[in-house]
Design a protein around this ligand. Structure first.
Ligand code: CTP
Length: 218
């Protein structure tokens, strides 16, 4: 089987976009993830004949052709939707999941008072680590990491700690790359290897990432 076709017919679950963690009915904690990288991976995998489930945080992007999309808002909702989409052969965690969420959501709008205001946050569940440790673990579990320095050490640390097969580190801070851009630069690490991809449009990076993933599915 060629590397390019080894993903055909496989079930691929992709998470994409930010999560919004509600504080009260009018406020939330979010982040600047556009979802473009995850949507590009989902689109490219579907074109290669994969059966793709895209779990999307709040983004304004069109659903790629042939992709089953599940819209979620919070990290907890994304966690539930991703685990419910298993079993799958591949999981790609491209979402920028909030690491912390408010301990409680206020029922009414929080009013302004004199003096400082403290918001209690609690850790969210790590979706990627939970997928990698799951009884229905996909053959290939791929994470993303946003690193500004010590890129290899931090990315490889996450590869080991979360028991991943592959991690794609965003080379943050390069001109014309990153969260809201159409372009990006990645270094992909796996046990015993690495590959620098880009800078290139996210659509081209998605194809190159799928080539690397397909090689490992053969
Ligand atoms: N991730 C997840 N669930 C979370 C947090 C992160 O699935 N609650 C996933 C993301 O989808 C991504 C990877 O984990 O694939 C990012 O790992 P993380 O440890 O959060 O890295 P950073 O966001 O780079 O965090 P930091 O460097 O601050 O540890």
């Amino acid at each position: 089987m060629s590397a390019a076709s080894s993903i055909s017919g496989q079930r691929v679950v992709v998470s994409a976009g930010p999560t919004y963690e509600d504080i009260d009915p009018v406020r939330f904690i979010g982040n600047r993830s556009s979802g473009k990288m995850g949507f590009a991976i989902a689109a490219a995998a579907a074109l290669r004949g994969a059966d793709v489930v895209l779990v999307a945080g709040p983004v304004s992007l069109a659903t790629p052709a042939g992709v089953q999309r599940i819209d979620v808002r919070s990290a907890a909702q994304m966690h539930a939707a991703v685990l419910a989409a298993l079993p799958a052969q591949v999981y790609v965690g491209a979402a920028a999941v909030a690491d912390y969420t408010p301990a409680s959501v206020a029922a009414g709008k929080i009013k302004k008072h004199a003096g400082p205001f403290t918001l209690e946050l609690v850790a969210t569940a790590d979706i990627l680590a939970d997928v990698a440790a799951h009884a229905l673990r996909p053959r290939l579990v791929v994470g993303f990491a946003a690193e500004t320095d010590h890129v290899e050490a931090y990315a490889r640390g996450k590869l080991d700690k979360k028991r991943l097969d592959m991690i794609a580190a965003n080379r943050v801070g390069l001109a014309g790359s990153g969260f809201e851009s159409d372009d990006n630069a990645l270094t992909v690490y796996w046990p015993g290897g690495e590959r620098a991809l880009g800078p290139a449009p996210k659509t081209a990076l998605a194809e190159q990432l799928l080539d690397l993933m397909s090689e490992r599915l053969r």
